[in-house]
Design a protein around this ligand. Sequence first.
Ligand code: NAD
Length: 378
Amino acid sequence: MVTIAVTAEGPDEPRFAVSPETVKKFTALGAKVRVQSGAGLRSRFSDDALTAAGAEIAGSAGDALAGADILLKVRRPAADELRQLKQGAIAAAILDPYDRAGIEPLAGTGVNLFSMEFMPRISRAQSMDVLSSQANLAGYKAVVDAASLFGQALPMMMTAAGTVPAAKIFIMGVGVAGLQAIATARRLGGVVTATDVRPATKEQVQSLGAKFVAVEDDEFKQAQTAAGYAKPMSAEYQAKQAELVANHLKTQDIVITTALIPGRPAPRLITRAMVDNMKPGAVIIDLAAERGGNCEATVPGQTVEVGGVTIVGAVNLAASVPVNASSLYAKNLYAFLELFFDKKDKTFAINWDDEIVKGTLVARDGQIVHPSLAPQPA
Ligand code: NAD
């Protein structure tokens, strides 16, 4: 029988790698899920609920790990945890794989490591895409947090005592997080505008009832890669974009920035001078904070005030809705591992040739193997 171990996360991570729903599904596939006692509590997954779904509760992390075939985590496990697994075991988590110095000791344990954030963006892997499942929640929570920091109401209200104007909400970057931010901002009654460099987003923005704001020149028409991501834009385009954005920002109450380009620092879309021209009381939530921020004044992990404008360097916002974030992340992990269970024989075997495996496998048999992590030539 395949044993799946799930142990507690660190103090800053309330999310958890299995839910009662996925424990039930793994159990139905013939696996045994061994969960460290109390480890799911910050996602409201009690030992009782996990046991009812079929999990075995282990008194300690060591008891959960001992001889297990698979370790599931949200964040990178410790090398010590990996050493307690069975020889040839696998571990799947959000590994932060570009930090090679942190990954090497883990690879050295011989455990085969899968980095969920490397999931290929192909339709077969959509249900396994942790970046999407978490970004969607982050986009939602950014708007809710902004609404609570903004000292005014969002929807227009016509009352006997007078009219409350609708808040103007601007979403910069219309990927997964941005689309959910637009939808949430609309539901809360804001007047919503959005910008992106990918032309495909214009229709998406309009279909959500928001207005699209962008420099729509020839370069803009070519700004999407075959994989659906943004390309870095020319200095000329950026200057035109900056002028348009600078003018637009002067009138906005809430700005949510989500703009990213894979493998690069976040594009700088809001300068300090633009912040200085914004209305006092305005709120910026910078979801790109972890990658350097879309706003020049952003401090990752902190909320700062600049000339009356509140700027939130949002980090791991999905974790602030841990119940949903864990449920979706757990489903992503389940969808990934389900591929390798033989439903008839109840056995588990990785198909090393599968493109989903090749895309996510970071270390195999003690070596770092992912092509994106090859050492750079000196
Ligand atoms: P992302 O997090 O990489 O970037 C967020 C947004 O920022 C993107 O829309 C990007 O175009 C935009 N951006 C970059 N530079 C900008 C700039 N200078 N100004 C304004 N905006 C800028 O994107 P994402 O959320 O991961 O989604 C990227 C694409 O991948 C989308 O088309 C999405 O629908 C698609 N996607 C596909 C799958 C799948 O098929 N499995 C899964 C998720 C997302």
